[in-house]
Design a protein around this ligand. Structure first.
Ligand SMILES: Cc1cc2nc3c(=O)[nH]c(=O)nc-3n(C[C@H](O)[C@H](O)[C@H](O)COP(=O)(O)OP(=O)(O)OC[C@H]3O[C@@H](n4cnc5c(N)ncnc54)[C@H](O)[C@@H]3O)c2cc1C
Length: 403
């Protein structure tokens, strides 16, 4: 079937949906279609994340993440309210495990303040007033605006918002880009468009490479494994995070809470081969393995990160006992909990810049005449999605479509 659109968006995750919403809010007469390869929503990162509404203090002030996370926090809450989705204002404590982390806490605080985020630093003795189960070395940081919600409910709300504005979603629609101008195909439809947005999450680099964009990157997926228990077993009231590693990009083993009363440890960031490899028996792909190996080789030879340290610290956490043991550096009583169970893992699709071996930290947008590619939509992409979608619409798409 032939479908004539102004804009086709590849991928109905939070980035694709937010972009569609922003386009239609701005120009209600546009015909916007999202092609989604799965038969339903939220099967990948947007529905498999921690559900943390980040405040925006981790990111370098000149980054897109810093630009969108703080405002996204506010806008995600607004969307949740409109659709009756619970949000809990649990806040976050960032604790130091040693002197070195204590000194880096100050840098993290300054960065957050530069990003316009509300933060406080307190001495160790005050931690019991915020989170009595956590421990710290000398000081801790308090982020009152970090919250939690349910990731799948948010995706569903975005779908409802997009559809109510007149957008359409075509499920079971796996598309790819070719150099052919202004059309793409799935197995049964042909979509013609003025502009195409590649918001395919972990697959976005594959699609961009097929038209010669982003060839300087390789995709290295990192598996995020969680262990969860009931709040009754471990009555934490706040999210508890360590000070992040100075050069490696992940946040370290931490505690999050879920809207339905669970306490989770994780996610880990274990390098794996497949970007949809949610278990050892599914998601294997030769081309994913080749990409991941390329990415690992470049990381090892580059000097931007300590890949050996990532491997050494992350792989053992696949063993529950070791994961829980490490978490006790933040919350000692976690050791007494016996019934930890697995939660569905998520996969962080992280791009490696091949010439330098650098794990890209920020969202990357490459826009050409009739195509915009969103690469490396990593955390906090869920929190940032609403202003990020508006930025994509305003900066790269609307003008080209309206001309
Ligand atoms: C373990 C983990 C924890 C995280 N925790 C948080 C958190 O607490 N807070 C936060 O703000 N962020 C978090 N994030 C980050 C956040 O989840 C992502 O940044 C965000 O979901 C990315 O959205 P997306 O739309 O780009 O990708 P996705 O949700 O992956 O959507 C992409 C969609 O494109 C579809 N697609 C792919 N290829 C094709 C094709 N060829 N044709 C058609 N469709 C296609 C896929 O099926 C998918 O539905 C976390 C991520 C992970 C992995």
């Amino acid at each position: 079937m032939q479908k004539k659109c102004d804009v086709v968006i590849i991928g109905a995750g939070v980035v694709g949906l937010s972009t569609g919403i922003a386009l239609l809010q701005s120009r209600p007469s546009l015909k916007v279609m999202i092609a989604e390869k799965e038969k339903e929503l939220a099967l990948h990162a947007s529905g498999r994340n921690s559900g943390v509404i980040h405040a925006g203090f981790y990111y370098s002030p000149d980054s897109l993440k810093a630009k969108f996370c703080r405002d996204g926090n506010f806008e995600l809450r607004k969307l949740a309210k409109k659709y009756g989705i619970p949000v809990k204002d649990v806040g976050k404590v960032v604790v130091a495990r040693n002197e070195d982390e204590d000194s880096r806490l100050g840098t993290l605080f300054d960065r957050g303040i530069a990003n316009g985020v509300e933060l406080e630093i307190h001495p160790e003795e005050k931690l019991k007033d915020f989170e009595p189960l956590a421990i710290t070395h000398n000081r801790f940081m308090w982020s009152p605006n970090t919250g939690i919600s349910d990731s799948i409910s948010i995706v569903n709300a975005m779908r409802d918002e997009f559809l109510s504005l007149g957008g359409e979603i075509q499920f079971n629609s796996k598309v790819n880009l070719t150099e052919s101008h202004g059309e793409i195909h799935d197995s049964s439809n042909q979509f013609t468009f003025k502009h195409v947005v590649n918001a395919a999450g972990a697959q976005a680099d594959r699609i961009s490479r097929s038209v010669g964009v982003g060839t300087e990157y390789a995709m290295l997926p990192f598996m995020g494994v969680y262990r969860a228990t009931s709040e009754k077993n471990l009555p934490l009231q706040r999210l508890v995070y360590p000070v992040p590693h100075p050069i490696n990009p992940f946040l370290g083993v931490h505690f999050t809470l879920t809207i339905d009363g669970k306490v989770k440890i994780g996610p880990t960031a274990i390098p794996i081969a497949g970007r949809e490899q949610y278990s050892f028996t599914e998601g294997w792909s030769g081309s994913d393995i080749a990409q991941a190996l390329k990415g690992m080789r470049s990381l090892i030879t580059g000097d931007s990160h300590d890949f050996g340290a990532i491997l050494k610290s992350e792989w053992p956490k696949i063993i529950q006992k070791l994961l829980v043991k490490e978490s006790t550096e933040l919350v000692p009583s976690a050791i007494g909990v016996k019934d930890w169970h697995r939660k569905p893992p998520g996969i962080r699709a992280q791009l490696v810049h091949l010439p330098t071996g650098k794990l890209e930290q920020d969202f990357i947008v490459v826009s050409q005449a009739n195509a915009t590619h969103v690469l490396n939509a990593v955390s906090p992409g869920w929190t940032s999605s609403i202003p990020f979608g508006r930025y994509l619409a305003d900066e790269f798409i609307l003008q080209r479509v309206m001309n």
